[in-house]
Design a binder for this molecule. Structure first.
Ligand code: AN7
Length: 362
């Protein structure tokens, strides 16, 4: 027999998270898989942050900003849109602080569906808005915040033929739980702490479900403590009551009445985790630190997982392993980067050797 060598085109081929984790997901052979090959994002060791924590603590960033639309929302959206397609939906709707709208718009366009996205006027980062528009969504800005927008889309989807793809849709959390699977697959264990931003509280609930299911399947022996972080001006889970007028620079998590409130509280309680709040100032410090010391450019809401870890660093057990979930790409919010970087542009410099060398400090 002659061995036929074929080029290994499938080397490291990643089929998207529905195929990768099919046996853990509510899909069947008749589910049309709508995918952009999301998932399989890197778990990056962050030594500068680890050294700030000290005492041999190992810190990783789960860099979910590397999903196809630049945020973790794609994990839930591939499943929500695939199931909506299976059920014959022609249109989907969501309320959004930005990332859900970008993701819903992208996956809906791929599925040949119309997306309607309802956003709080003036509070969605530019990159997210740009995405939703170009993917072809109908973007409707309301005079109200995310919580109001969510109530409206619940009412609309109950009365008109549009499928809700916010995280109230259970397929969203089913998809997002794969983030926890990937963390365990990479570490071959669960971390001691999972630090995660909390807005509408879907992702913390999804990660917890993922860790629990993976442990039941024998993929890990232990479970992490779920450490959720909210912005100080939008911290209903810390305060124990809804916040009527949430405010924070981290517009992605500018949410006062999280839809997955009970699930998130249950996750924190069952895991001996907690919710803590972080000031905008500390969020921005971590945002700059991640970029300038680790080369990781994320949006402010994502930096809160690292800001929160640093806030609680004395309490991390020595030698522990910590994973900080970084949920969205820095390119989503260029205004924030430009307004809050320490370095301004050195402008109007004459294009000659002497002037350049002087400006460069030589
Ligand atoms: C970057 O897009 O709610 O606690 O409408 O965009 O699961 O809500 C976004 C939330 C964290 C919080 N990080 O996650 C929306 C939206 C980023 C986010 C969160 C969001 P959840």
């Amino acid at each position: 027999m002659v061995a036929i060598l074929t080029p290994n085109l499938t080397h490291n081929y990643w089929p998207g998270l529905i195929e990768a984790y099919r046996s853990f997901l509510p899909v069947s052979s008749s589910t049309p898989v709508v995918t952009l090959l999301e998932g399989n994002t890197p778990l990056i060791p962050v030594s500068a942050i680890a050294s700030q924590v000290g005492r041999g603590v190992k810190v990783y960033v789960k860099f979910d900003s590397l999903n196809p639309t630049g945020s973790f929302k794609d994990r839930g959206m591939t499943l929500a849109i695939s199931k909506a397609k299976e059920e014959g939906a022609e249109a989907v709707i969501c309320a959004s602080t930005g990332n859900t709208s970008a993701s819903a718009a992208a996956y809906a366009s791929r599925a040949g569906m119309q997306a309607f996205v309802i956003i709080p006027e003036g509070y969605v980062a530019l990159g997210k808005l740009a995405q939703a528009l170009l993917y072809g969504a109908q973007v409707i800005a309301i005079k109200g915040n995310f919580d109001t927008a969510l109530q409206i889309v619940r009412d609309i989807s109950a009365n008109y033929p549009v499928t809700l793809v916010n995280s109230l849709n259970p397929y969203r959390l089913e998809g997002q739980k794969t983030g926890a699977f990937e963390v365990v697959d990479s570490l071959r264990s669960a971390p001691d702490w999972l630090c995660i931003p909390v807005g509408n509280a879907g992702n913390i609930s999804a990660y917890w479900m993922g860790f629990c299911q993976y442990r039941e399947a024998g993929k890990c022996r232990r479970l992490p403590q779920m450490m959720g972080f909210q912005a100080a001006g939008a911290a209903p889970l810390v305060q124990g009551k809804p916040v009527a007028a949430p405010e924070t620079i981290a517009t992605a998590i500018r949410i006062g009445n999280p839809a997955s409130w009970d699930k998130a509280i249950a996750a924190a309680n069952a895991s001996k985790g907690e919710f803590n709040s972080v000031t905008d100032e500390d969020i921005l410090a971590a945002y700059r630190l991640l970029a300038s010391q680790e080369g990781i450019f994320c949006e402010p809401a994502s930096a809160i997982s690292v800001a929160g870890l640093l806030q609680l660093k004395e309490r991390v057990p020595s030698g522990a392993t910590v994973v900080c979930v970084v949920t969205g790409n820095g390119l989503k919010d260029p205004d924030c980067a430009i307004n809050h970087s320490k370095n301004g542009v050195k402008s109007s410099v004459a294009p000659d050797l002497e002037a350049m060398a002087k400006v460069m400090g030589f």
